[in-house]
Design a protein around this ligand. Structure first.
Ligand code: B4P
Length: 197
């Protein structure tokens, strides 16, 4: 079982690259952001939000993190529903040290471990440019204005970046340049993970 944490600031290309890796290697992408968005409903299509979605929205729209207890439970449920895969790509999870400890404990109970954490490095101005561009047609409130995007970057620096140090202390963390074309970034990532799958 190969368990990859794809890490990095918002807009660094985690979701984009996880989809490419899922296609190429058969690993299952689990994006906590996508799982939350699936709970938010869709007003235009008359789809009501779930109770979880209502709670998540109040945090997501401001660029804040959804509380750990909600996020961890949702992640575990999703892994348990999808057991027959060669491994997982955790995309956007863990985002706090408490989530990292919960993931380690959860995997340990299944006699598994995190295999690698790879951080995509992208500077703040590139992040803002990418997310404002995506916000033009994504319909995502958290991509729609620069203030919320900069808050997400701040939350990443304060609450999420310690997760890198947590796995670095276990000698599982490494960094990859996230700038360049999708293909260039993908080639850098695949060179690291291919020998381990
Ligand atoms: P996410 O859905 O994880 O949002 P994200 O960080 O913006 O996604 P990602 O980083 O994957 O986007 P990508 O770079 O691929 O989270 C949203 C919110 O959900 C959080 O703010 C939080 O409120 C909540 N949440 C999620 N997980 C949580 C957790 N574990 N705990 C608590 N709360 C949680 O794409 C960005 C754009 O860049 C795209 O338009 C893409 O096309 C473009 N792009 C990608 N690669 C590029 C490249 N090489 N060059 C140019 N553009 C590129």
């Amino acid at each position: 079982m190969y368990n990859l944490i794809l890490f990095g600031p918002p807009g660094s290309g985690k979701g984009t690259q996880a989809k490419i890796m899922q296609e190429k290697f058969g690993l299952l992408q689990i994006s906590t952001g996508d799982l939350f968005r699936a709970e938010l409903g869709n007003q235009d299509k008359g789809i009501e939000p779930t109770e979880l979605g209502k709670e998540a929205r109040s945090y997501m729209d401001k660029g804040q993190l959804v509380p750990d207890s909600v996020t961890i439970r949702m992640l575990e449920n999703h892994v348990e529903k999808n057991p027959d895969v060669p491994g997982y790509i955790f995309d956007g999870f863990p985002r706090t040290e408490a989530q990292a400890q919960a993931l380690d404990g959860f995997l340990e109970d299944r006699n598994e471990t995190v295999s690698d954490l790879i951080m995509l490095e992208v500077d703040d101005e590139e992040i803002v440019t990418r997310l404002l561009e995506r916000g033009k047609d994504s319909g995502r409130a958290d991509d729609a204005n620069e203030e919320v995007i900069r808050n997400r970057i701040e939350v990443y620096r304060e609450q999420t970046s310690p997760v890198y140090d947590y796995y670095d202390a276990k000698e599982l963390a490494r960094k990859v340049d996230g700038l360049g074309s999708l293909e260039e970034v993908a080639a850098r990532l695949h060179a690291i993970i291919e020998p381990s799958i």
